[in-house]
Ligand binder design. Structure first.
Ligand code: HSC
Ligand code: NAD
Length: 708
């Protein structure tokens, strides 16, 4: 293996290059290499300054996260990065770090230990550790407030959001931006500062503030975290560590940071979040669609249907700079779609997300039409008309004639049979499902549906395109509800059963939001529309097994005209600002109907509510894996975290089940099976893994291996 750290010289300036593709993560070999490089610089009297730079597309994306997995599973000892950083800070000559791409986590901490920091204007720096359930563990909580001030350090370490090089320059994190060649600029800068006393960040205390100001900053930050990052200890831990920086000397502060870091790293939450990080990347690996599969260029997109989904999907492409043409059946529908887009963008401008100029640019990319002739040049067409198979088939037959050969024909259907739709074309290899989630311009998930004859190029193209438009794409196979909605239906049903057995709607929702779900299941039903769910139940009645228990309360609410948020009343009642409140009428009706139906009434505990709803997800997920609809358990976790408001800190439903232990999960599923009958039939895969003492993650590894 090549040495990941090289030292070269440009006359009197040493150049230390970190070269550890793909993102220069700090592995133990990189750490050792940096240590040796500094020793070499110290030993060479002809060297007057050093530049530390990253090879490839980015500077350093942080510590190698794989090492954390090894540490917490007992496969590697805990490493300590702090001495290497002290070695840099104590180097005999000034060390200038040159940043391009990203300097994240340990990458930014390394930069903070250098004497000067220069960067390309489009670089970004950040401390994203909280996203992994940890805090900066290489002095970041101690050095960053010394460079950027306490408030900025708190903001960066709690939100985890990277900032631009321009912001970092203003904050004092960077010393200079370099236009043009970064290395040349950094070497010239190094020559300027050579021979001068090199500033050590750990000795810079001027920005550490005073006790009164800091107390207010910390109190406000803790309050914000409790509100906005519900259930997450790491951001609070980061504040604790920064507070230490303001109270104790640097060395003591680092010791305390290490203690807090370890507490976070060895927590279940951090393991779950690290799983989510890798699972989100693993989804891109499809055994029979290798990286080299040719992709088709997508420079223009057309959308059929300018309704809720079509108009939001148009924004997704316009936001990515891709021209898009929206078609509907009449001008009024097109006008409504465009008005929705304008309203959404106006809100973004109001909230400071986009400037008016950038919105104008985006709007220029959206054209409207009533005719398929305008589709002739489209590289990708997405159909987003009503969920009706006859209508979709009609439209695909038209697209087959209107679109150029090779164009990808996609459907946004959430449940219908993609193969049946594809069969109306002469090019089923170009037909794929692109299932966006609502609101499509916000939700990150894109469920890609592979029909029996979907071609590899169409899959590879859509996977790559997803990244470009800021989505995480998960490939699943065709089948009712695909993976996400197939799991969601039993979850929603179970929430309704719990209400029928005696829990109030708000008890059900509260138990699940307190557990971490972004919204309770009944509030979700109100959002989607009780009429929509009603239709789905009617359509799915044929799939019920004889004697299978059915819900009835939600259907009755719908039949009495309670449609959910759209008419201000469903499980809850809503004010003009769509704020929900408990409706005593619903509470009374639900009890009355349930008693009339002979359902025994009882008090249901929050634990039972969570187990029943979450294990329905898990049991269906296991069946989906067994059926081969999803490739890996991690794919289902990615779907749930990104599309259904499942708490990332629990890793997704399948990871959560593994963490509880499949034996325990299976026992509980069997108990519910005895109590509630066929709907709880344990999935054979769950039973098998539980018996063998294995996990869904084990199954994932074998499945991925078998397919490669
Ligand atoms: C950290 O730094 C903690 C510190 O405080 C140090 C503490 C030291 C304590 C020592 C004592 C214990 N590691 O995302 P992409 C892989 S925590 C390993 O598709 P992009 C990724 O898996 C870290 N691997 O690319 C993928 O692999 P694959 C804090 C990493 O261009 C490939 O690189 N840093 C990795 O879309 C490409 O990744 C972060 O949280 C890492 N750090 O985005 C940043 N980073 O090809 C995490 C990436 O096999 N990284 N990989 O699938 C990112 O946010 C994104 O990767 C980038 C690039 C924005 C850097
Ligand atoms: P919608 O009712 O808001 O919009 C459908 C649009 O299609 C309307 O503007 C209608 O005029 C148009 N249309 C109907 N026939 C047409 C034709 N022949 N040619 C052109 N346009 C025509 O529906 P929606 O909620 O946007 O759903 C669209 C698709 O997306 C459905 O398949 C649905 O299952 C799926 N989906 C919806 C959601 C959601 O939450 N709304 C989420 C995921 C997927």
């Amino acid at each position: 293996m090549n040495d990941p750290v090289r030292v070269s010289k440009d006359k009197d300036v040493a150049i230390i290059t970190i070269d550890n593709p793909p993102v220069n993560a700090i592995s133990p070999a990189v750490q050792d290499g940096i240590g040796r490089a500094i020793e070499q610089v110290n030993a060479d009297a002809s060297v007057k300054a050093a530049v530390l730079i990253g090879a490839g597309r980015t500077f350093i994306a942080g510590a190698d996260i794989n090492e954390f997995v090894k540490m917490t599973s007992g496969k590697a000892p805990r490493t300590n990065f702090l001495p290497t950083l002290l070695q840099i800070e104590d180097c005999r000559v000034p060390v200038v770090v040159a940043i391009h791409g990203n300097a994240l986590g340990g990458g930014l901490e390394l930069a903070q230990a250098c004497h000067y920091r220069v960067a390309k204007p489009d670089a970004r720096v950040g401390q994203p550790e909280v996203n992994l359930g940890i805090i900066p563990g290489a002095g970041g909580t101690q050095r960053l407030p010394r460079l950027a001030g306490v408030a900025k350090a708190v903001e960066m370490c709690t939100t985890g959001k990277p900032i631009s090089a321009i912001d970092a320059l203003q904050a004092g994190i960077l010393d200079k931006l370099i236009e043009g060649d970064l290395l040349e600029g950094a070497v010239a800068f190094a020559r300027e500062v050579a021979g001068q006393p090199a500033p050590k960040t750990r000795e810079r205390n001027a920005k550490l503030g005073n006790a009164a100001e800091n107390a207010a900053t910390f109190a406000a930050a803790r309050e914000t975290v409790r509100k906005k990052q519900r259930g997450l200890p790491a951001p609070l831990a980061a504040i604790d560590a920064i507070e230490v920086a303001t109270k104790l000397p640097f060395e003591k502060g680092c010791e305390e940071e290490a203690r807090i870091f370890d507490q976070c790293l060895y927590s279940e939450q951090s393991k779950a979040l690290i799983h989510v990080f890798f699972a989100e990347r693993e989804v891109a690996k499809i055994p029979d669609v290798p990286k080299e599969t040719p992709v088709l260029p997508v420079n223009s997109v057309a959308i059929v249907g300018a309704g809720t989904m079509g108009s939001a999907i148009a924004m997704v492409f316009a936001n990515a700079g891709i021209p898009v043409t929206l078609k509907d059946s009449d001008q009024a529908a097109l006008d409504r779609g465009l008005a929705n887009i304008q309203k959404n963008y106006a809100i973004s401008v109001q909230r400071g997300r986009f400037t008016q100029e950038s919105v104008n640019e985006r709007l220029k990319l959206i054209a409207t039409t009533l005719r398929y002739e305008s589709f002739a040049d489209a590289d990708l067409v997405i159909e987003a008309v009503f969920e009706n198979i006859a209508l979709k088939k009609e439209i695909f037959a038209e697209l087959n004639s209107a679109c150029k050969p090779g164009a990808i024909l996609a459907s946004n259907t959430s449940t219908l049979d993609l193969d049946e739709i594809a069969a109306t074309t002469t090019r089923p290899e170009s037909v794929i499902g692109t299932h966006f989630f609502s609101p499509a311009n916000v939700m990150r998930l894109l469920e890609l549906v592979r029909g029996k004859r979907t071609g590899k190029e169409a899959i590879a193209t859509c996977m790559q395109l997803a990244k470009k438009i800021g989505k995480v794409a998960v490939l699943v196979r065709n089948g009712w509800g695909f993976a996400g909605n197939r799991m969601f239906m039993p979850y929603l049903t179970e929430a309704q059963f719990l209400v029928e057995e005696g829990a109030s709607p708000e008890e059900v929702d509260k138990a699940l939001t307190a557990w971490g779900m972004a919204m309770g299941p009944l509030a979700v039903s109100d959002l989607g529309g009780l009429d929509v769910a009603y239709r789905v139940r009617q359509e799915r009645r044929h799939a019920l097994k004889p004697g299978e228990r059915e819900t009835f309360v939600e259907s009755k609410l719908c039949e009495m005209g309670r449609l959910g948020q759209k008419n201000g009343m469903g499980w809850y009642k809503y004010d003009e600002d769509r704020r929900a409140s408990v409706d005593p009428e619903v509470t009374a009706l639900v009890r009355k109907w349930s008693i009339e139906a002979g359902v025994p009434q009882r008090k249901v505990s929050a634990d039972e509510i969570v187990d029943r709803c979450v294990y329905r997800l898990v049991n269906e997920g296991a069946q989906i894996l067994d059926d081969g609809v999803a490739l890996r358990a991690g794919d289902l976790d990615t779907i749930y975290v990104n599309g259904y408001g499942f708490p990332a800190f629990r890793g997704g439903p399948m990871w959560y089940a593994d963490a509880v232990g499949l034996k325990k999960v299976s026992e509980r599923v069997n108990e519910f099976h005895r109590q509630h009958g066929a709907i709880w039939r344990p999935a054979p895969l769950l039973e098998e893994l539980a018996k063998l003492g294995r996990t869904f993650a084990d199954f994932q590894r074998e499945a991925a291996h078998a397919g490669s």
